[in-house]
Every structure is written in structure tokens, then in C-alpha cells.
Design a protein around this ligand. Sequence first.
Ligand code: CA
Length: 371
Amino acid sequence: MKRRDFVRTAGIGALAAGATLTGCNKAEQTSSGPATAVSQAEPIQWKMVTTWPKNFPGLGTGAETLARLINEMSGGRLKVKVYGAKELVPAFEVFDVVSEGTAQMGHGAAYYWKGKNEAFQFFSAVPFGLTANEMNAWLFHGGGMDLWRETYQPFGVIPAAAGNTGVQMAGWFNKEINTLEDLRGLKMRIPGLGGEVLRRAGGTPVNLPGGELFTSLQSGVIDATEWVGPYNDLAFGLYKAAKYYYYPGWHEPGTTLEAIINQTAFEALPADLQQIVLSACRIANDEILVEYVARNNNALVTLVNEHEVDVRRLPDEVLNRLRELSDEVVAEIADKNPEARKIYDSFSTFREQVMAWTDISERAYLNSRGS
Ligand code: CA
């Protein structure tokens, strides 16, 4: 990318992120042409560890997109190399490795780290919570991002929203789900708060990294699993191990994927590279979501037409009870610590307010569009 293009791209992103353009302005003032002096310096090398299988569609490739953006926007001054789950560390060690600084960046989802603080989960997905649009609105214009930074600060980690899956699917089952009773005794892979809701409904939630789902389901280690949506679930071949594919993804209505950055490594960067990293995350946040929207549909057609998957809607009776249980589970997190209370209050207030607008905008429009 030419120097001028890079400055323009970084500027737009940085403005969007609410940041200053100090670094870029300095670069403009000291050089009217290509910044050869800067680009000839030894590039800074970063490692990005991820919770996804290497190059897994949407997720792993999303992390690669983020790394590529940083490499290109920095004119090669900051090079980020992406590692799939288990290449450097197992999926669930990503946060610790970034916190310690062994890797400078990570890509995953906040609910994987709920063992550190249950309040982390608000920054990925809340059952019956916010859609992708609403989640981004809360993060960037409703105070969510400030709370997220505050929550990760004690770990020396800077978070950034860097992708969203949109509404997920409820998951893959080998039996029909007609009443809540059908969830009783069910051993299901379902992470985060959704898992706790399943426990209250009588099931046994299991948290497994994506790469272990197919084998676990096929061998009967688990009875059911959710993963993401048609695009990702087709890629894992989950239709070969389960008959019924239920919707909607009540437990993950718009899951935010995160980039995490080691604070010391970030602060060691010159100001313009800091802005480039944050701007690249902002672009990836949008890019990954629109890829999901575009590809889920094609994948659903393939699942139904080629693989004869039985797609079903969860009955209202089941969804209504899950919603009641979810409200309990989410509200209880607020009692764990003052920090969680603050996040819960912000999230819940935003949700309540935005629902009124969504009702007369998205929902009203979608109802009027018909099916
Ligand atoms: Ca999921």
C-alpha cells in the first residue's frame, strides 16, 4: 500500500475509534513523500495466538485478516504472525500468554476467560442479550468499551472488539427438543452464560475448543453441541454427527470476538502504530460480521439441500423458559463483585433502552418484509 493510502486509511479508522491523529500528523509533517526512513527500520515482530484452528473459516481467517491489515497499514513496520490453537499454546491459554507477554496479541472471545472474572462474559455474548448491531452500539457509544478496558486492565491486557458472528444457531442435537424436559440430562458443549442456563434447565454444559467438537459429538462424549452458524458448522462437518439443527441461537445473539493486546507491548509502540493496531481491529470487527452474513445463507442451503439436515425452530415453550433462566443467571453475576455490578447495570440499561428502538425499527421492518 502506498504511504498516502496508508495514512488515509489509518486516519479514518482512528477517527472512528475516537482516537487522536497525532502520530499520523507527525509523519505527514516530516515527509512529503514515502516514509523511507521509517520503513527501512527493522520491523517490529508480534505473535498473535488464537483460540481457533489455523485458518478456520471466518474465525481463523478473520484473525489473519486482522494481522494482514496491521502489516499493510503499517507499511511493514509492524508484522504480526498468526498462530492457530495448539500451534504455540492451547486455545484456552491464549489470555494468559498475552497477559504474560509471551505473545503480544490474541484473538478469541471474552467468555472463554470467565474463570478470571465472570463479568468478562458481558463482552462476548449474553443469552437473550444484544444483537451484533446493538452490541457494537453499546461498546462504542454506550460505555461498554470503557468498562471492558477497565476490566482487563489488572491483567495488563488491552481489549478490542475484532469481529462478530451475528446471531448463532442453537445447535446440533440427535433428538427432538419439544419441551424443557428434553434438555434434562443432556451433555452439551455450550460455553459462557448459555452453559449455565443449560445447567439450570437440567443439562450438563461442557466447554470444549472448536477443534474438538466433531470427534466429541461423533464418539458420544457429548450428546449435543452448538458452535456458531451454518458457515462454520458446515466446515466442521457437524451434520455428519447429528440429525437436528435447531435455531435461534438464544445463547449467542451477536457474539463479539475480541483482539487482546499486551499492554506493555502496546505502550512500547510509537503513537501511529498504536492507532493502526486499534483501527485494524475496528475494520476487522466489521469485516468479519459482514462475511458471516454473506456466507451463512449459502452454507444453510448446502446443509439442507445436499446434506438433508433437519432444521427446526426451538418451541416457544422452551425459549420462554430459557429466557427466564437466563435473566436469573445474568442478574446473579452482578452480585459476584462490584465490577460485575457496574457492567451488568450498564449492559441491562442499554439493552432495555435499545429494545424499544429495535422494536419499531429492525423488528417492525423485518415483520413487514415477510418471509
Ligand atoms: Ca457458539
